[in-house]
Design a protein around this ligand. Structure first.
Ligand code: HEM
Length: 248
């Protein structure tokens, strides 16, 4: 076993020289650093979320419900962090953003490959989503690979089959089972994701106003509001209605 304790220190282990050299404001405005840091930090968390989603899918593939539950707990914690970060940008007043917005050119969060990959791994397949993906030229490899996989919901339903049970049975059993808690953790993920979308729309309205178009060429907040209804786990939402005689 090699002992490299003498060579590694805080700065080198975390590659801080590189990391802290990557914030490069293009304008002299003092608020641009915050704008860059929140975006970069979000992308780092997206990276970790994608990593955890891979581990989650491995657990699903091995039909290991407890490990799947473990990774869902972490993913939900990460989603809460990503949403909370947006609040830092609520302190960016419109007159400040207006002063450096033109330096962004046509760059826009809608070009975030990792965000699209998270949506695709999670199971978004709605025509609107696929259309948005195609509008930005060839679909990046990371997203292509995610689209080629089954949706998370399918992995979960497959796990239920391996345990010889059905979704509805989880909600009618006498006592909550591990599979029930896993279903609820998936639903919480969907909710957390929706909360990020909602917090982001509100941020956009606050900074740009409800009718200003985005740098990515969309209708801005109006376009984003439409994405809030997109669902990863339609079966988990539908199962609830069955108890109220509205199976549809
Ligand atoms: C002042 C702050 C922000 C403003 C004004 C803003 C504005 C916008 C607008 C207008 C769009 C629609 C696409 C377009 O036409 O550009 C958008 C999309 C998006 N933004 Fe932001 N954004 C902000 C902060 C953030 C942050 C911190 C992130 C984190 C990475 C982010 C990630 C995204 C993503 C992923 C999309 C695509 C959403 C989708 O299509 O469902 N944004 N943003």
């Amino acid at each position: 076993m090699s002992d490299d304790r003498t060579e590694v220190n805080y700065g080198s282990y975390l590659a801080l020289n590189e990391l802290l050299g990557l914030q490069r404001p293009r304008s002299p405005h003092p608020d641009e650093l915050l704008f860059i840091v929140v975006h970069q930090a979000s992308e780092l968390w997206f990276k970790e979320i994608l990593h955890e989603l891979d581990l989650l899918i491995d657990a699903f593939s091995r039909h290991e419900a407890e490990f799947a539950l473990f990774h869902m707990g972490r993913i939900n914690a990460l989603m809460r962090i990503v949403s909370a970060q947006l609040s830092a940008l609520e302190t960016l007043p419109p007159q400040h953003f207006a002063e450096f917005r033109r330096h962004l050119g046509t760059s826009s969060g809608s070009q975030s490959v990792q965000f699209r990959a998270i949506e695709a791994v999670s199971g978004l397949r709605e025509p609107h989503f696929i259309q948005v993906l195609q509008e930005h030229g060839p679909i990046p490899d990371l997203v292509q690979r995610a689209l080629a996989r089954p949706a998370l919901q399918d992995y979960f339903l497959d796990l239920l089959k391996a345990h010889e049970t059905e979704l509805e049975a989880l909600y009618t059993g006498e006592r909550p089972s591990t599979l029930f808690f896993l279903a609820e953790a998936l639903l919480e993920y969907e909710q957390q994701f929706g909360q990020w979308r909602f917090a982001h729309v509100q941020l956009v309205e606050r900074v740009l106003g409800p009718h200003t178009g985005g740098t990515g060429g969309t209708l801005g907040a109006k376009y984003l509001s439409r994405t809030i209804d997109q669902k990863f786990f339609p079966a988990l939402w539908a199962v609830r209605a069955r108890f109220y005689g509205s199976a549809g």
